[in-house]
Design a protein around this ligand. Structure first.
Ligand SMILES: C[S@@+](CC[C@H](N)C(=O)[O-])C[C@H]1O[C@@H](n2cnc3c(N)ncnc32)[C@H](O)[C@@H]1O
Length: 220
């Protein structure tokens, strides 16, 4: 059992600006589903992928980045500067050195890290909302607002992953039923030649949450 990162350095003021894994919506357990998945995948990641560079897109408190860093060492990106600072602070609190940058999705990393990242994790804004909410001025609202079918941010991330991921790399993405996981997998197969599988499923309240795992097709 790997320890869940300690978040006791964060205050209620921090959670006014940064996604709170435990309280933003009822029974929101997405962050913890991700941690469980990474724990199950540790041997595969260490032995098969042997990663040099790991990346979390949209790190929030930095809980997933720190967990990944405890295992491997890594970096993260975030559009919200408070979240970038919080991610670094969570790394410090847990004795994990993280590189975190404020950028829109991965724009600060491309093209420099083209095909250089070995593990990408993303718990994206996936909740079905009106399109306008994706661009809300309220930074907290943007942490969960996924727009039409909850897919608007996810659909921006998919081609970026194709650009960033190394030949042998792996991408983990959290989605819910409303995001149409089958269609996402099909899109990744057709447009970017990725194979996929569901590695975790959990019913959290009314949310059916999945962790999808993507790798490039072998003969690709
Ligand atoms: C569902 S939250 C997950 C937060 C954290 N990874 C976790 O699991 O607790 C999605 C995160 O993505 C961030 N985000 C939204 N749009 C983004 C963008 N365009 N670029 C980078 N991060 C973004 C949000 O601010 C939010 O913190």
């Amino acid at each position: 059992m790997l320890p869940t990162p300690n978040l006791d350095h964060l205050s209620s003021e921090d959670y006014e600006k940064v996604y709170n894994p435990a309280a933003v919506s009822l029974l929101l357990e997405d962050t913890f589903l991700f941690l469980d998945t990474l724990e199950d995948e540790v041997r595969f990641i260490k032995d098969d992928i042997k990663p040099c560079i790991c990346l979390e897109i949209g790190s929030g408190t930095g809980c997933i980045s720190t967990f990944l860093g405890q295992i491997l060492g890594n970096g993260s990106t975030h559009i919200n500067p408070h979240a970038t600072a919080t991610t670094i602070a969570t790394g410090h609190r847990n004795s994990v050195l993280l590189d975190a940058i404020t950028t829109d999705l991965t724009s600060g990393l491309l093209p420099r890290l083209n095909h250089a990242v070995d593990v990408i994790c993303c718990n994206p804004p996936y909740v079905v909302t009106p399109h306008e909410d994706v661009h809300s001025k309220n930074i907290l609202e943007r942490s969960w607002a996924g727009g039409i079918n909850g897919r608007e941010v996810i659909d921006q991330i998919l081609p970026l992953v194709n650009n960033l991921l190394s030949k042998n790399g792996v991408f983990y993405l959290l989605v819910i039923n409303e995001n149409m996981p089958d269609e996402i997998c099909e899109k990744m197969r057709k447009e970017h030649q990725f194979q996929s599988e569901v590695v975790k499923f959990r019913l959290a309240g009314r949310e059916k949450q999945y962790i999808l795992k993507f790798k490039r097709c072998i003969d690709n």
